[in-house]
Design a protein around this ligand. Sequence first.
Ligand SMILES: [Zn+2]
Length: 213
Amino acid sequence: MPVPVPVPVPVPVPVPRACPRAAPRVVLLVVLLVVLLTSAALAVAARGPVDDLASYDPMTRCAQAPKAGTKVLGAWLVTTYGGGGGASWRPCSGGTSEHEDGRAIDWTLDAGDPTDAASAQAFLTTVFATDAQGNIAATARRMGVMYVIWDDTMYPAWTGFAAQPYLSPGCPDVSTCRPTLRHRDHVHISLSRAGARARTSWYVGRVGRSAQK
Ligand SMILES: [Zn+2]
């Protein structure tokens, strides 16, 4: 007669609760972090090194329309910060103006309105900031900004965007100067030729190659 084999009684395995639930969350967070860091690194890599500070390069001949980069940056300003206007083209007048060669933006803001003034200041602070690699005015350089005029002040790329008092050649002094000539009702931005053609790094992914004329 066979000897009965004892059947092993299963020992209940305690099921830990917190850890198995936490583990996938940690893995998910790590994966998300890696994806975010990778995409940020790729975005920086796609933009490449910071562009040089623009030098003063005045209009030499008229254009028939604003350039692609001018249009994109003008629209981006209004979308990002509010206000109105954008790329501002004018026909040939016989003078010298980036408005006539498609490189100028008139971004409509009122220096007397605290919200508008804050928008302009937010833009200036952002584009003239030094980046993590120590490049001064990194975003303005990437945008191909040649100079900005706002609220009696000019910021030229060729001086590293150092603020300097601005008085329109059409005004004997500030007190008799109209708000438009004082640039108190709009921010004027002139772009370098490369910036206006969307050939500086800020325009990568914003303007197609066929539009970079
Ligand atoms: Zn203007």
